[in-house]
Ligand binder design. Structure first.
Ligand SMILES: [Zn+2]
Length: 423
């Protein structure tokens, strides 16, 4: 009998571990806390189970009745809410290792999934406890299983908001350039018109999409330039269908007209936005549509194409990106943090944060983007701030990232759901 009850106890313990819940209590003593809005010197944080239960000046913790708390000294560290990556592709790896076309057409899905598990670990280790993963790029619905493996505690990784296959207008996307006599698998799902679009949106939601992603434009113009794809009415239909289920629609949009259609169609965030204009950004500001600028992706791709950064002058594409990003800031557009990581190495997510500063934002504003602002824009009610009753997703970094953004790379501790990540 005793043996059986021990087995039962083990089973219960295993169950708790495997679903990723912590029953522990931690008293975290950093030098300061950035709570998602502002920095507070000398604040501490108490975590119980998966939640934050107290945060405030260290003097408030003197009469701590709960003596079972494990104390974690984080001298010289700033404690931040777990960082939220706004635009990742865990199923892609840097294009200078393997071009995108070859990843989609030549790599087995099992290979891509094996890589994705490593990418998930590297992301969490770097302090990014949540990712909005915007499309598997040809790896079908494999993000659904990856997310489940993380949530079930089988592999370490960030909590995931997933887009599954994403939606493209027929003929617009890639890989392209093959004989018209053969059907080449595409990096997202083709669908057009009333019935087909409604079906595709509902199918992706049914299989696990948290967010519906569309490509509002793509490089299919006569000269290979970015041109709009879906009609405004098609976008409205997608948005309305997704919204019925409580899900947002977001858009890849790089051209001026693609951006305009995505905004008018009701998309909540625009990804890239390279050809935005003051008028377009004003429209975004008025309608509360956020911009996820993906500065690091353009920077990486330009370097893959041969630009020697720091040695050679900036290519037109980069100069233009600086200009339009500045216009978005001037117009007061909500700025998400999201780098299109996967184009460059997973775990190097901070590259986008550094570039946001390089292109004109203050480090504190970048930290807000990557925490409280992304949480609000992505409808993550209990994340992005260090507040009582919020989920205990926390990152301790050495130094002062609110003054020197690259300090976010000096990660000392990562906690997700009240559980400390260890290799
Ligand atoms: Zn992307």
């Amino acid at each position: 009998m005793r043996y059986r009850s021990q087995l039962l106890l083990l089973g219960v313990l295993f169950f708790h571990l495997s679903i990723g819940f912590s029953q522990k209590t931690y008293l975290l003593k950093p030098a300061r806390v950035f709570d998602g809005i502002a920095t507070h010197e000398g604040w501490w944080v108490l975590v119980q189970g998966e939640k934050i239960v107290r945060v405030g000046p260290s003097t408030d913790f003197k009469n701590l009745s709960n003596t079972s708390a494990e104390t974690i000294d984080l001298k010289g560290c700033t404690l931040l809410p777990g960082l939220i990556e706004g635009h990742s592709h865990l199923f892609l790896h840097p294009y200078n290792e393997t071009p995108w076309d070859d990843q989609v057409l030549r790599e087995a899905r099992s290979l891509r999934t094996a890589r994705a598990t490593l990418h998930a670990k590297l992301t969490l280790k770097a302090g990014f406890t949540t990712v909005r993963d915007l499309g598997t790029e040809g790896a079908e619905f494999d993000d659904v299983g990856l997310k489940q493996a993380i949530n079930q505690g089988i592999i370490p990784g960030p909590r995931m908001l997933i887009a599954t296959k994403a939606l493209i207008a027929t003929g617009s996307y890639a890989p392209k350039g093959f004989s018209p006599d053969i059907e080449v698998p595409q990096g997202a799902e083709e669908a057009d018109g009333h019935d087909k679009l409604i079906q595709a949106v509902r199918r992706q939601i049914g299989k696990g999409a948290d967010v519906v992603k569309i490509y509002a434009d793509y490089r299919w113009g006569l000269m290979g330039e970015a041109r709009p794809t879906f009609l405004v009415d098609e976008i409205k239909l997608i948005v309305e269908t997704a919204r019925s289920s409580g899900r947002p629609t977001i858009a890849h949009a790089g051209s001026t007209e693609g951006m305009r259609r995505a905004i008018m169609g009701g998309c909540e965030t625009l990804e890239h936005g390279d050809a935005g204009t003051p008028e377009i950004f004003k429209l975004m500001q008025e309608k509360g549509v956020a911009l996820c600028p993906t500065l690091a992706a353009g920077d990486a791709v330009s370097q893959y194409r041969g630009w020697k950064k720091g040695v050679e002058p900036e290519p037109e594409r980069i100069k233009n990106k600086r200009l339009t990003f500045k216009q978005a800031l001037d117009a007061g557009v909500i700025i998400c943090f999201g780098g299109d990581v996967g184009v460059f190495a997973h775990g190097d997510n901070a590259r986008e944060m550094e570039m946001m500063v390089e292109y004109g934002m203050k480090p504190l504003e970048v930290l807000k983007s990557a925490t409280s602002i992304n949480a609000r824009v992505f409808h993550l009610a209990q994340l992005g701030q260090i507040q009582p009753s919020f989920l205990a997703d926390l990152v301790a970094v050495e130094g002062r990232p609110d003054e020197q953004i690259s300090d976010v790379r000096k990660v000392k501790m990562v906690m997700k759901n009240g559980i400390i990540f260890k290799e």
